[in-house]
Write a protein that binds this ligand. Structure first.
Ligand code: HEM
Length: 371
């Protein structure tokens, strides 16, 4: 799994920064864990208040509005985040956890009865979509629409904006206790949210949690096929479910980078960043920082402590982390309890190719048999 997963090592060890080109713009990627944390905490000098500029490759063509709260600084970020946080914390409720465990258990049982399957399109994708229906509290039938969009929610022609606009309109006519009705009805600083604000919140909710979750799920399945002893290890102690979950997020780090813009000249270590320029926060590099993690290129299922920042760090840390963690832990438990081994038939890695790095982020296809 992930033979070329740390393309940033040399630059990280030598200077801590790597210049990465996106659409003619040179963006220094921050590579060391300690420096990255420092940058993320300093939102005044490394700002998120730049619509369409937070994801390094620009998304202007794929959406028409600011994503909220990710493309904001305090105090707007604080208030918008507080508004949606209760919804994103629902995966920590017992009933929700039991429901997810049951869903994943039945999906693994189905996979066992199937023989050969593609763990990406026939398992990870439906798993992520069905789980999202639970998070948004909408009928599970909606997940069929999202499955049709493929591994990313935000692609040319996916129709995400039109879809979410329709859902807000439907919820307006017939309010319920779903995500769209909540956003229609909520009071924000003594007023209702604008259409654009609601769309911006829905957009990142769909886009942020799709390929990231799918890539971790498919990577776990590939890893288990290559390391049958890992399933035996997980059976030894319940606490390994938690530690293994964190370790897979660290090791896979499916999101390569998110950026910040410097309103004024700033420094990253010894590097000077001119005012108005962007820097990239390179989560996978920080998560392989050998000065923090012993044997960083190995999956250590009982790694403790594990101060990875795969879900980000500081005020913007991932709102979907409780959902992602619950999906991963439920999957690890189901595999541990129901599966003896996973037989690999064939796989195709999903590779991100940029001018200055090539990085495997997950898989396009994973044909396996669960036994
Ligand atoms: C393994 C899966 C995931 C990974 C690795 C991941 C990674 C991240 C990272 C690194 C950030 C920080 C961005 C920044 O600092 O600017 C972030 C933020 C965010 N993520 Fe995730 N994410 C995952 C799953 C999800 C899911 C399932 C959802 C939603 C259902 C989601 C929604 C969000 C949102 C809304 C933010 C913005 C939070 C804010 O600005 O305050 N993510 N995620």
């Amino acid at each position: 799994m992930h033979s070329n997963q740390d393309p940033f090592r040399e630059a990280r060890e030598q200077s801590g920064v790597q210049i990465t080109e996106f659409n003619g713009e040179n963006i220094p990627f921050v590579l060391r864990l300690k420096e990255l944390r420092k940058v993320v905490k300093d939102w005044q000098n490394f700002s998120s208040d730049h619509p369409f500029k937070v994801v390094p490759h620009s998304e202007e063509k794929l959406r028409s509005m600011r994503q909220i709260p990710i493309e904001m600084d305090p105090p707007d970020h604080t208030d918008f985040r507080a508004l949606v946080e209760p919804f994103f914390k629902r995966p920590t409720e017992t009933e929700y956890m039991l429901d997810m465990a049951e869903m994943v258990h039945s999906m693994v049982a189905d996979a066992l009865s199937k023989g050969e399957m593609d763990a990406v399109y026939e398992f990870a994708l439906p798993l992520q979509c069905r789980a999202l229906a639970r998070l948004l509290h909408v009928p599970e039938s909606e997940s069929e629409v999202w499955k049709g969009w493929g591994l990313h929610a935000l692609t040319e022609g996916s129709g995400l904006e039109e879809y979410t606009a329709e859902q807000f309109a439907k919820a307006e006519k017939k309010p319920g206790d779903d995500f769209f009705s909540m956003l229609n009805g909520v009071d924000f600083r003594g007023r209702k949210l604008t259409f654009e604000e609601k769309q911006g919140i829905a957009n990142v909710t769909f886009a942020g949690g799709k390929d990231t979750v799918i890539n971790v799920v498919s990577s776990i399945i590939v890893y288990m096929s290559e390391h049958p002893e890992a399933l035996v290890f997980l059976r030894q102690d319940e606490k390994y479910i938690m530690t293994a979950c964190e370790e897979f997020v660290r090791y896979v780090s499916p999101l390569t980078a998110i950026s910040r813009t410097c309103p004024h000249a700033a420094n990253v270590g010894e590097h000077e960043i001119p005012g108005g320029s962007r820097v990239g926060l390179c989560w996978p590099s920080a998560n392989r920082d050998g000065s923090v993690f012993k044997n960083p290129d190995e999956v250590v299922l009982d790694r403790v402590p594990n101060p990875h920042i795969g879900f980000g760090y500081g005020i913007h840390n991932c709102l979907g982390a409780p959902q992602a963690r619950l999906i991963i832990r439920s999957l690890l438990k189901a595999l541990r309890d129901q599966v003896k081994r996973i037989e690999m038939v064939s796989f195709e890695p999903r590779v991100e190719k940029e001018e200055s790095y090539t990085r495997q982020v997950g898989y396009d296809r994973v044909l396996v048999k669960l036994k």
